[in-house]
Design a protein around this ligand. Structure first.
Ligand SMILES: [Fe+2]
Ligand SMILES: [Fe+2]
Length: 178
């Protein structure tokens, strides 16, 4: 049985993860338009990951026999003034998400909801990675910002991001008949 407060905030977290998906998808479009397909690729992987994050909370709520309530998703931003801005936004956005995960952890402890702990611990670790990756790319791009060669080199590097996870929306992932 989930407490009311943790349930409410986990439902909100689905929305935040979907908003992350949405803003990274906007960045994918932006970077394709700048001919930086490597950066677009990295962000496409990231957008995919955000959908996985949203579905982790979605499935957790369902598995605990509680109600999933999908909230309105805001379009946070659709265009940027320069190449660095999206990466700075990504870094700031991930810090914002870390704050939300910290808050969820706080509530779960207040409500003695030990069952949420493994999921939230997974997310606390994940946020270390998310802040580290987006912050590093923002700093590296800031270093080479005035060099087309440097930008292209970073773009080629970001094109190598591997992503092997399947879609969390694949019906076979949550198939009662399987
Ligand atoms: Fe996320
Ligand atoms: Fe990640």
């Amino acid at each position: 049985m989930m407490g009311e407060k943790i349930k409410k905030h986990m439902n909100e977290q689905i929305k935040y993860e979907l908003e992350s998906f949405y803003i990274y998808l906007s960045m994918v479009a932006y970077f394709h338009l700048q001919n930086l397909d490597g950066m677009a690729h990295w962000l496409r992987c990231q957008a995919h990951e955000e959908m996985i994050h949203a579905m982790k909370f979605f499935d957790h709520i369902i598995d605990r026999d509680a109600t999933v309530t999908l909230l309105d998703v805001k379009q946070l931003k659709t265009t940027w003034n320069n190449l660095l801005e999206p990466w700075q936004d990504a870094y700031e956005h991930e810090k914002f998400i870390t704050g939300k995960i910290n808050y969820l952890t706080k509530i779960s402890r207040e409500e003695n909801d030990y069952t949420s702990e493994p999921l939230l611990a997974w997310f606390l670790n994940e946020q270390i990675e998310e802040e580290k990756n987006t912050g590093k790319i923002a700093r590296e791009l800031a270093m080479v910002e005035s060099s087309p060669e440097g930008i292209l080199l970073l773009d080629r590097e970001l094109a190598t991001r591997l992503f092997t996870a399947g879609s969390p929306l694949d019906p076979s992932v949550y198939n009662p008949a399987a």
